[in-house]
Design a binder for this molecule. Structure first.
Ligand code: GDP
Length: 424
């Protein structure tokens, strides 16, 4: 089992951190492949509840090397802060490696994202305002600064001055803000560079050598398939590609190395921020899912919108990612509902869809077609095998598997590792 990819099949927050934890023993590398500090894993480390935004959750395991790959955008201040918190808890961060090709989030990215979101008014995307979208935009425009630039002060200042000239014009003339000082940025980023230097490496080569030596690599996606820049509900998406294929492009690893793509799927659905969500339940049931599932964002603390399992989304994610199996999380949250709704397809403009409609307007208007499955009263958190689950819960899982068309390999009934139940 050389390389495996863990990918969210919905709108993120599916519990991907738990899957990494479940598989960590078998791995040698855990690789974060997209996004920035807009993601969030809630993990328990040394008895502390810890929110990691950028450092891969693999850092908690002393046998693992944690890698931040080329396709991630890095706010060096935030990265160092996270590393300091981890070190403070006695966790060894010397095994964290960052690609020199990763792009830097700069102070003007944060500033510009804030003002452009404000400018969009009611059309605001609801971004996390961490500068991630603007950093990816500059990368595509070929005016980004990369981690490796920190180690050549002349180049760093030269590139910064070119780009800052334009950014400061935007800030002052368009948005009526104060300009940023190149000297301050140079000073701050030089200090970041000094501290990060021991962690920066050719990560593609490191992974290549690991794979050649038969070591296992886990690629850890952030966000989820429906937030993918190309394949998600654009423009209400993230500014990178969470889909499994991007793990390879980002890390510089060939596709033949991967033999497992694990889709992490919540037993219901949540979404943060704006955008279509056909199975959203704005009523008391949705409220109850949110309470029982503690559905508040790791990065923003925002309340997540909640609704019912949507087989259309998971079939779509199975296709886009080539899922080999599903890890179904948070089944325990559904205890106590007399019946549970499951969306099998959509109706939009009188037409029935079993797949995501081909036009965004249809998706916005899509009404879910539900079937109702029998619920269960029992708490599931004590179950230690799939057979321990009440029959209605097992039937629910089997029905989800049929609808998704992908094998459900493990069902999760709580945050702890032992609350992961292999199926069949
Ligand atoms: P991620 O970004 O996909 O890792 O998701 P989050 O960290 O935002 O959300 C996962 C949260 O749900 C974490 O607090 C986990 O400890 C918790 N969690 C994971 N699996 C389960 C489960 O099966 N049941 C319950 N109740 N909580 C879970």
């Amino acid at each position: 089992m050389p390389a495996s990819i863990v990918v969210g099949t919905q709108w993120g927050d599916e519990g991907k951190g738990k899957v990494t934890d479940y598989l960590a023993d078998q791995m040698r590398f855990v690789v974060r492949y997209q996004g920035g500090n807009n993601a969030g894993h809630t993990v328990v480390a040394e008895g502390h509840l810890l929110k990691l935004h950028l450092v891969p959750s693999g850092i908690l395991y002393s046998h693992l090397t944690s890698v931040i790959a080329d396709g991630v955008v890095v706010d060096p201040g935030v990265l160092l802060e996270e590393m300091d918190t981890l070190s403070g808890l006695g966790i060894d961060v010397s095994r964290l490696v960052v690609s020199g090709n990763a792009h830097l989030i700069m102070p003007y990215h944060l500033e510009l994202e804030k003002v452009t979101e404000r400018h969009l008014g009611k059309h605001a995307l609801g971004t996390t305002k961490r500068g991630i979208g603007p950093a990816y935009a500059d990368k595509a425009a070929r005016i980004g600064l990369r981690l490796q630039d920190l180690f050549d002060p002349k180049i760093f200042r030269e590139k910064l001055e070119v780009v800052l000239k334009e950014k400061n014009l935007l800030l002052t003339k368009v948005y009526n803000r104060l300009p940023l000082s190149a000297d301050t940025i140079v000073e701050d980023y030089r200090a970041y560079g000094e501290r990060l230097r021991p962690h920066v490496a050719d990560t593609s080569r490191l992974l290549y050598e690991g794979l050649r030596a038969g070591e296992n690599v886990l690629f850890e996606g952030a966000q989820g398939t429906l937030l993918d820049l190309d394949h998600g509900t654009y423009p209400f998406v993230t500014s990178s590609n969470p889909v499994a294929g991007f793990a390879l492009a980002s890390a510089g690893v060939g596709p033949m190395e991967v033999d497992r793509v694990i889709g992490v799927t919540k037993a219901y659905v949540t979404r943060v921020g704006s955008g279509p969500f056909p199975t959203e339940d704005p009523g008391p049931d949705g409220e109850r899912l949110g309470e029982a599932g503690k559905e508040f964002g790791t990065t923003t603390g925002r309340k997540r919108r909640c609704g019912w399992f949507d087989a259309v989304l998971v079939r779509y994610a199975a296709r886009l990612n080539g899922l080999s199996e599903i890890f179904l999380t948070k089944l325990d949250v559904l205890s106590g509902f007399p019946t549970i709704k499951v969306c099998t397809g959509y109706v939009a403009d009188g037409e029935t869809f079993e797949d995501v409609p081909p036009h965004q307007s249809l998706f916005h208007r899509a009404q879910p077609v539900y079937e109702e499955l029998e619920g269960w009263d029992e708490s599931l958190s004590e179950a230690r095998s799939f057979g321990d689950l009440p029959p209605a819960a097992r039937k629910y899982v089997e029905r989800l598997q049929d609808l998704a068309g992908v094998r459900i390999g493990v069902v999760s009934v709580g945050p702890a590792r032992e609350q992961s139940l292999p199926v069949g």
